[in-house]
Design a protein around this ligand. Structure first.
Ligand code: GDP
Ligand code: K
Ligand code: MG
Length: 299
């Protein structure tokens, strides 16, 4: 008898149109933030794993960028990363924003999943925003596609219905040893997660004016003797005008971004954090290949 007896494990790709609530759902299932969330599309730029334990099953969720019709190179890279995430996983969850309904993006994804012959769990999210009869009509229309093995209606934001989905996924995992230690929640290295948190705060702080090409890197991370950490980050933008937006009048915006990021990092790391953020101009990074190497995009 090996120590892995009784263990079950598997990958579940979480796919869907931009802003359907995929990252919110992954965080809700994991029980802590592993993937950043904002009302902006293109918040999730690369594959993030969220790892959850339920009974003797380890469910490894693959959060993916939204799937849509790409126009620019960065967009193509993100959509390719999303489909790669789905191809590698044994299970697929399609998340649909129930308020938005079965729009073109979702229809195109359904068609492609059908073509690939995938068994798919349908998650109708944001049920807190719509009426029950509208929800049931939408469910019936999507169910008629013949693609879905199961349907869950939930609110990832409020947490309603998330446990049922978790229990279902747990039961669906095949026998096999766990791939990660029981207490691990993500595969994202801490430096990258810290950079992601700053990017999320920039998205939320600069909501109207945010340059899409904004990119954050953690340049250094020093553990201090007093138990605190010093983290130096750079926010890269493409033009001086964008730098001015990120800094804000008298440095107001960057201060707000830094404070929000530091507060969250301290809660996450459970210690004091000294966060230093610099803003630099790097022209056209979104069209350059080598700029992706540090985030593992694959296209
Ligand atoms: P993603 O692009 O699919 O990963 O979507 P996000 O998780 O980033 O969420 C996009 C937006 O939808 C954010 O503003 C979320 O707060 C919001 N959202 C996600 N789930 C729900 C939900 O169940 N109800 C409501 N009302 N909003 C949600
Ligand atoms: K989003
Ligand atoms: Mg996301």
């Amino acid at each position: 008898m090996s120590e892995n007896d009784g263990q079950r494990c598997g990958f579940v790709a979480v796919v869907g149109a931009p802003n359907a609530g995929k990252s919110t759902l992954v965080n809700a299932l994991v029980g802590t933030k592993v993937s950043i969330v904002s009302p902006k599309v293109q918040t999730t730029r690369f594959r993030v794993l969220g790892i959850c334990m339920t009974g003797d099953a380890q469910v490894i969720l693959v959060d993916t960028p939204g799937i849509f019709q790409p126009r620019k190179r960065l967009e193509r890279a993100m959509v390719a990363a999303a489909w790669n995430g789905a191809a590698d996983a044994e299970h697929v969850c399609l998340v649909v924003d129930a308020q938005r309904g079965d729009d073109d993006d979702t229809r195109a994804i359904v068609a492609k999943l059908k073509e690939a012959g995938r068994q798919v769990v349908l998650v109708l999210n944001k049920i807190d925003l719509i009426r029950r009869d509208t929800l049931l009509e939408l469910t019936a229309r999507l169910h008629a596609e013949g693609l879905f093995s199961d349907v869950f209606m939930l609110s990832a934001l409020k947490g309603d219905g998330v446990d049922d989905l978790m229990a279902h996924l747990g039961r669906a995992m095949a026998p096999g040893p766990w791939m990660f230690p029981e207490d691990q929640v993500s595969d994202l290295p801490q430096r990258l997660l810290a950079a992601e948190i700053t990017r999320e705060k920039a998205f939320l702080t600069l909501y109207q004016e945010l340059p899409y090409s904004l990119h954050v890197e953690s340049e250094s991370w020093q553990e201090r003797d007093d138990g605190s950490a010093r983290i130096d980050q750079v926010i890269y933008v493409e033009r001086d005008s964008q730098k001015a937006i990120v800094l804000g009048k008298g440095g107001r915006q960057i201060k707000a971004i830094g404070e929000a990021a530091r507060t969250e990092l301290e809660a996450l790391l459970e210690r004091r954090v000294h966060l230093f953020i610099h803003v630099k101009v790097r022209e056209d990074w979104s069209e350059k290949r080598d700029a992706y190497s540090d985030i593992g995009l694959d296209y």
